[in-house]
Design a protein around this ligand. Structure first.
Ligand code: C5P
Length: 224
């Protein structure tokens, strides 16, 4: 299936990237993790902030590239260095909502994301994909889950990656990040009017993947 784009939005740790990867693999589509792009700019900001006076300068110096490794999936290159393994570190997570609220950052990344999706066949996950990046996507899904379940999923994910954090800390971080993302001025996190909401609380990865694949097939049938 290559003729459609799928926009997958929702709050932090709702399982978007896991589901997007499964959907993309099963439908032969390309997965684009836009959160990783905001995280890459945040990593660059934290590393170099003493050298820049504003975000315009920071962006003008950035060389960001997404590549696909057959074994590892999407990798993010910043100034030609693979920084993917640093993007989930706590300091990046704690600063990413702030950096993402900057107009210069959003303009830069939205344009890059729109270019990636021109050829279609993309599953893109983020916060503003259905509302701003791909407003004409053939399928828009808004995934939610209870904050308790999201914190538990993130805890397991962090353990697997060797990142330290307690369940309580993750609950707090997730709630704070959602509040920031929903209340920022430019493209805040919200469900697009034509998005289909899926509450994944208590559902398995397979169940959510199946549901989205079935929606994707219906969306494709509609345009054929
Ligand atoms: O999806 P992930 O948790 O990696 O996203 C990290 C942060 O990047 C979000 O909390 C949000 O602040 C920002 N983001 C965004 N727009 C997107 C994707 C992510 O503002 N499309």
């Amino acid at each position: 299936m290559t003729a459609i784009n799928i926009a997958l939005d929702g709050p932090a740790a709702a399982g978007k990237s896991t589901i997007a990867k499964h959907v993309a693999a099963q439908l032969g589509m390309i997965y684009v993790d836009t959160g990783a792009m905001y995280r890459a700019i945040t990593y660059h900001y934290l590393k170099n902030k003493s050298q820049f006076t504003n975000f315009k300068d920071l962006i003008s110096n950035i060389q960001l590239e997404l590549i696909y490794d057959p074994d590892k999936g999407q990798r993010v290159l910043l100034q030609d260095e693979d920084i993917t393994d640093y993007l989930r570190e706590n300091d990046v997570t704690q600063n990413v909502s702030y950096v993402s609220s900057m107009q210069e950052v959003r303009e830069f990344l939205v344009e890059a994301q729109q270019k990636l999706a021109i050829e279609k066949g993309i599953v893109m996950d983020g916060r503003d994909i259905g509302t701003t990046v791909l407003p004409n996507a053939e399928l828009k899904v808004y995934m939610i889950a209870s904050v308790e379940e999201r914190a538990m999923r993130r805890l397991k994910d962090n353990e697997a990656r060797g990142i330290d954090a307690t369940y309580e800390q993750l609950m707090k971080d997730i709630a704070e990040r959602d509040a920031y993302d929903m209340n920022r001025e430019i493209s805040p996190l919200r469900k697009a009017d034509d998005a289909i909401e899926i509450d994944t609380t208590g559902l398995t990865i397979e169940q959510v993947t199946e549901r989205i694949i079935s929606l994707a097939r219906s969306a494709q049938n509609q345009i054929n």
